[in-house]
Design a protein around this ligand. Structure first.
Ligand code: ADE
Ligand code: ZN
Length: 358
C-alpha cells in the first residue's frame, strides 16, 4: 500500500461512525417454561374432545353429542354444576385400562410442554365404579402411565383420589375401604364435585379414617361456597392444602389463619372464569390473595374444558393481572413447597427454579 492510500484509509477509519453496539436484548421472561408443579388437576378433566370420541368409538359407546364440534359447543358453562354434567357424561367413554393409560399419557405430554416437572393428579373413583369399571382398572391404567411418564417425560407424580361430595358419605367410606389394597399408589384423598349443600363436615368420619390409614388430605373449598367451608376443611378434615379457596378473602379472620399456617391454596384462574366464580380474568382475586400474604399456587383444574393448561394459566393470568416476574417465580416456588414429594426431590426442583434468571 503506498503512503497516500494508507493515509486515506486511516482517515476513513478515524471518521467512520462508531459501530453501534446494541445492548444485548433482555431475555423475555417465559412463564410457560418456568419449572413448576401442578397440584390441582383432575385427570378426567384433561380428556380432550378428540380423545373422547376416539375412545368412545373404540368401546362402542354412544355419546349425547354427534361429534367433536357439538361437544365443544356444550363447553359454555353457567356454573360448576353445568360443567359437571358434561364432565361426567364425557368420561363414560372410559372403560378399560388402556383408556386410562392413554388419557394420562396425553396429559403428561402436554404438561411437559408447559414446564411441569411434577404433577399431583386427582381422579374420581366413584365416577367410574358407579358405571361398573373396577377401581383396579382405573388405578392401574393411571398409575402405569405415571410410572412411564417419569421415564418418557421426566415428570414425577403423585395420585390423589377424590370423593364425590354430592354422593352419600357411606359411598365415600366404601370407596376408601376398596382403595386400601392400592395404598402404595395413592398418596392422599380429596373432596370434589358439587360444593354447595355438601359441606366438608359431611365427610369428617371418612377423612378421620383416611388419615388413620396414612393418607394425606386435601379438599375443594371456597370455590362456589363461602369461607365457612374452608374453616371446616381446616378444622374437621385437617387438610394439608385447600383446593381453590378463592372465597377465603371474604373472611379476614380466615385469611389471618391461612397466612399464619402458610396453608397452600391451589388456585385455578381459568377455571374460575369459565365456571363464573369470577366475571373475568382481570377481576380474578389471585393478585389480592398474593398481596394478602396467602400461599397461592396456580393450576389448571380441568384444562380440556377451561381453555388452558397450567402454563397457559400462568401466562394469561400474568397478563391480565400484571403479575411481576418475581410473583410468577414465587407461585412456582410455592408449587414445589406445597407438593407431597420427598425433601431431596423438592430441593432438586427448587434449585432448578433458583437458576432461572429474571
Ligand atoms: N371436579 C372436577 N373439577 C371440579 C371443580 N372445579 N370443582 C369441583 N369438582 C370438580
Ligand atoms: Zn378441582
Amino acid at each position: 500500500m503506498d503512503r497516500g492510500c494508507f493515509i486515506a484509509s486511516l482517515a476513513a477509519l478515524v471518521s467512520a461512525p462508531a459501530v453501534a453496539v446494541s445492548p444485548k436484548p433482555a431475555k423475555t421472561f417465559d412463564a410457560m417454561a418456568l419449572p413448576k408443579a401442578e397440584l390441582h388437576l383432575h385427570i378426567e378433566g384433561t380428556l380432550e374432545p378428540e380423545l373422547i370420541f376416539t375412545i368412545a368409538g373404540r368401546n362402542g359407546i354412544r355419546l349425547d353429542y354427534p361429534n367433536v364440534e357439538a361437544l365443544r359447543e356444550a363447553y359454555n358453562f353457567s356454573d360448576l354444576q353445568s360443567f359437571l354434567d358434561v364432565y361426567y357424561h364425557a368420561m363414560e367413554a372410559l372403560r378399560v385400562e388402556r383408556d386410562y393409560y392413554e388419557l394420562t399419557t396425553a396429559y403428561l405430554k402436554r404438561a411437559q410442554s408447559q414446564g411441569v416437572r411434577h404433577a399431583e393428579i386427582f381422579f374420581d373413583p366413584q365416577a367410574h365404579t358407579k358405571r361398573g369399571v373396577a377401581l383396579a382398572v382405573v388405578v392401574e391404567g393411571i398409575s402405569s402411565a405415571l410410572a412411564d411418564g417419569r421415564k418418557n417425560f421426566g415428570i414425577t407424580s403423585r395420585l390423589i383420589m377424590c370423593f364425590l361430595r354430592d354422593m352419600p358419605s357411606d359411598s365415600a367410606m366404601a370407596t376408601l375401604e376398596s382403595a386400601l389394597p392400592h395404598k402404595d399408589r395413592i398418596v392422599g384423598v380429596g373432596l370434589d364435585s358439587a360444593e354447595r349443600g355438601n359441606p366438608p363436615s359431611k365427610f369428617t368420619a371418612v377423612f378421620d379414617r383416611a388419615r388413620a390409614e396414612g393418607f394425606l388430605t386435601v379438599a375443594h373449598a371456597g370455590e362456589e361456597a363461602g369461607p365457612e367451608y374452608v374453616w371446616e376443611a381446616l378444622d374437621l378434615l385437617k387438610v394439608s392444602r385447600v383446593d381453590h379457596g378463592v372465597r377465603s378473602l371474604e373472611d379476614p379472620k380466615l385469611v389471618a389463619r391461612l397466612v399464619a399456617e402458610r396453608m397452600p391454596l391451589t388456585v385455578c384462574p381459568l377455571s374460575n372464569v369459565r365456571l363464573r366464580v369470577v366475571p373475568s380474568l382481570a377481576a380474578h382475586p389471585l393478585k389480592r390473595m398474593i398481596d394478602a400474604g396467602l400461599m397461592c399456587t396456580c393450576n389448571s383444574d380441568d384444562p380440556a374444558y377451561f381453555g388452558g393448561y397450567v402454563g397457559d394459566n400462568f401466562v394469561q393470568t400474568a397478563t391480565a393481572l400484571s403479575l411481576s416476574n418475581q410473583q410468577l417465580i414465587a407461585l412456582a416456588r410455592n408449587s414445589f413447597e406445597a407438593s407431597f414429594i420427598d425433601e431431596a426431590l423438592r430441593r432438586q426442583y427448587l434449585a432448578e427454579l433458583d437458576s432461572v434468571s429474571l
